[in-house]
Write a protein that binds this ligand. Sequence first.
Ligand SMILES: [Zn+2]
Ligand SMILES: [Zn+2]
Length: 159
Amino acid sequence: MIPINLSLLVLAYFFMEFVAWSNHKYIMHGFLWKWHKDHHLKDWQVSLPEKTEEWKFEKNDRFFIVYALPAMVLMVLGFMYTYDYLVFISIGISLYGITYFVVHDIIIHKRLNVPFLFKNHNFYTRAIVRAHTAHHWPQNKTDFHNYGLLVFPIRFFKP
Ligand SMILES: [Zn+2]
Ligand SMILES: [Zn+2]
């Protein structure tokens, strides 16, 4: 059953990009804007990446808990009832959470000082930073519509 479980892990990982995109667009910039607002406080004042306050939690960080909860519940249920596939889905969700933290909070916003993550960027990580910069620091109205983290319009690959 390993190949099926691994496929579920990968599917869960990419499904989370869709979840993150849709939540960001419709919930965080919607009725839960009050939680997300402080992540956008410095938009228009300072360009990315060093724009969020260092070493300080944002209300926006509550979303990490929101996303961690389903992963934890699935993990516990998976082990309790030996449903392997739930454990693999939970690992996929958790790996996405770790990716989001490393990419968004460390590489893009530099909330933790991890110098090796700040250099040696490849064309993809450069595009990710550009695409997220467009979310915080839109040059025009269409730029602001970029809510995804790992998946975004192809134009961001061009400098
Ligand atoms: Zn936002
Ligand atoms: Zn951001």
